[in-house]
Design a protein around this ligand. Sequence first.
Ligand SMILES: C[S@@+](CC[C@H](N)C(=O)[O-])C[C@H]1O[C@@H](n2cnc3c(N)ncnc32)[C@H](O)[C@@H]1O
Length: 504
Amino acid sequence: MDHWTDGYVTELPYSVNHFPEMAPAHLNLALLHLGLASPALDAGFTYLELGFGQGLGLNMLAATHPQGRFFGNDFMPAHVDAAQALASQAGLGNLGLFQDSFAQMLTRDLPPMDYIVLHGVYSWVNAENRSIVVALLHKLLKSTGVVYISYNCLPGWSLKAPMQRLMSEFAQAQSEGSALERFHAARELLGALGEADAAFFTHNSAARSMLGEIQRASDAYLLHEFAPQGWSPFYHTDVARDLAAADLRYAGSAKLFANFPAWSQTPKTRALLAATPDAGLRELLRDFAAQTQFRRDIFVRNAEPLSATDIDTRYRALKFSLWRPRASCALRCQTPIGELQLDEEAFGALLDCLESGPQSLDALIGASGLDATSCVEALNMLLCLEYIGISPSESQSAESRERIQRLNRCLLQRVRAGERISGFASPVAGAGIAISCHDQLFLSAQQDGHTGAEALAAYAKQILDVAAKEGDAIVLAQLLHEARNFLVYGSDFYLSLDLFPARM
Ligand SMILES: C[S@@+](CC[C@H](N)C(=O)[O-])C[C@H]1O[C@@H](n2cnc3c(N)ncnc32)[C@H](O)[C@@H]1O
């Protein structure tokens, strides 16, 4: 394996992702739920992403936040080139991308940051790089700054981590072949062990289902998830201790449900946690209760607690908007502690109001007939379910809207070429919106002038067929069914997000 990568495997570029939890408005919302102050966004802020991968998320944020200054690094040339190409084509002047290792970043002259984020990095680099990451947080974060850090965690990975170890040991023991060939062989070995009914699998149903996931994984995921030699899952308390050295304390989760105990913990677990004063231990208990395998933590340096009045004022300044088609916001829904039936009248009224665009709490109270407390509670549930999100308080300027749409047009070209991406940026939502692969293809078909379900489905099939791997069966009838649903339930919603310039 290459020396310059410190055991990270750089043979293939990673998948093209954005994660809505990393948006500044989302992090601020989580902190508001936790009763903590956060950086103001309207007057300008600084934001750094460490190890940005393909840089889609960073490009989307820079495009939708012209008042922010964005920075990021990644040491893989292919990643930086792809991210830079998007930024240049979209004309983003507020994004600085560095082809730097973490160690090189430490010597760069950068402004103090309001936000530093890293997703899919901390568990995937070696101990030396983890300590450099902590040094970067220590050096670059403002005294009121916010950190988002995700990692594979224990005990959720305890039954599965041995599979990573076996694949890694096997791949390293091979003297020939690319990293991908060695990991394909390692995966086959795991599969053979599964077929031989090894006790590891027969005693461990979670490992058996993980084996299925590994067998279905893309090549990029296989290498970036399992091949790094420093790969390690952590207990939350390990990470909290590491980050204490950067003068940071744990605030809460970027997955909003976790910050609402009544919606994410059973009554018995809640009682156990309530009787545990130590914050680190509480998180550890929570991870045992939920068998958590991936955490998205928010750490803060000096976040001030907010008074009830401050919380109310800040909540009333927010604008809420639909982040998926109204028809896909099921009222029978899944929460971390089971299925829930949301009240048809209250939630239906709110979702109906939101269909006409971003709205404030006061507007929603007026239009839905709900009182303030019920309205806030219902909005928080819709936010936890990721049906809605936070939109900018002011509409985007014409130039900013144009930049966002230019970015989306570059992304469309990649979709047409058969690439998988996670979504498009919306000037209305002021964020990157997750959109399914097939809906992206239908949007692309519409942009190319196609209309009608048959034409949309045929267009999507043509692109999927070219990009298909052996064994992928792309069924036209299924695409046709989806295209019909898209035209009835999705098309107007995507139009309302203002993703592309209106067609003449
Ligand atoms: C698993 S990927 C995650 C990428 C991205 N954050 C995402 O979630 O899509 C880890 C990223 O960290 C980068 N990386 C690993 N070690 C690094 C180092 N020492 N310095 C800079 N970047 C590094 C890799 O190139 C890769 O893009």
